[in-house]
Design a protein around this ligand. Structure first.
Ligand SMILES: [Zn+2]
Length: 193
């Protein structure tokens, strides 16, 4: 009888030990995962604190530096742009046809990106498309980027500024010779100089 009780005690102690070590394992896992979580959160806040340190371009940079990517937090863009400019350049909006400043502007000069000042279109390439939006048959150097746009059920080619990725408008293939292209651009995305 005594031996039986002894064996039962040994078995019980064994089970208790197993339970204890399981609890310890769980505790250790919890401790480790909270450490990893705290560490990764610290990293996230560090990286967001580092964004937006790029100085605002003056428009006087040498051509060599002009295509360095500009990435500002949305809060900074909101401060730099008017509500309409922000809606178009950052939220891919479209101004009402005929409402823009440059639709009927045929002076000689250069159209720069309103957000980052990069020269985008030359007045020699501007033509009257009759659409109500400033239209160009070409762009300056490689200063614009073409992006597929499948929004609203259409297949269009969006045009964005190479340096700040700001939305400018769309390009269509019904333009004048020699390019046959029509860059349909929002006035609010541009600054004429
Ligand atoms: Zn830009």
């Amino acid at each position: 009888m005594e031996i039986e009780l002894y064996s039962v005690r040994i078995v019980l102690i064994g089970i208790l030990n197993i339970i204890k070590s399981q609890i310890m394992k769980n505790l250790l896992f919890l401790l480790l995962s909270s450490f990893v979580l705290v560490f990764s959160c610290a990293n996230i806040s560090n990286s967001s604190a580092n964004t937006g340190v790029i100085p605002y371009p003056s428009g006087k940079e040498s051509l060599k530096d002009t295509l360095t990517l500009i990435e500002y937090p949305e809060k900074v863009w909101q401060q730099l742009l008017s509500a309409e400019e922000y809606e178009i350049l950052r939220m891919k909006g479209t101004e009402r046809a005929g409402s823009g400043t440059y639709d009927k502007n045929y002076k000689t000069g250069t159209y720069h990106c309103k957000a980052c000042q990069l020269p985008l279109f030359d007045s020699k390439d501007k033509f009257d498309s009759g659409t109500g939006w400033p239209s160009y048959s070409n762009f300056i150097h490689n200063h614009v980027e073409h992006v597929f746009d499948g929004s609203n059920g259409w297949s269009r080619t969006e045009v964005v500024c190479k340096r700040c990725k700001g939305h400018l408008g769309h390009v269509f293939t019904d333009g004048p010779k020699p390019t046959g292209l029509r860059y349909c651009i929002n006035s609010a995305s541009l600054k004429f100089k």
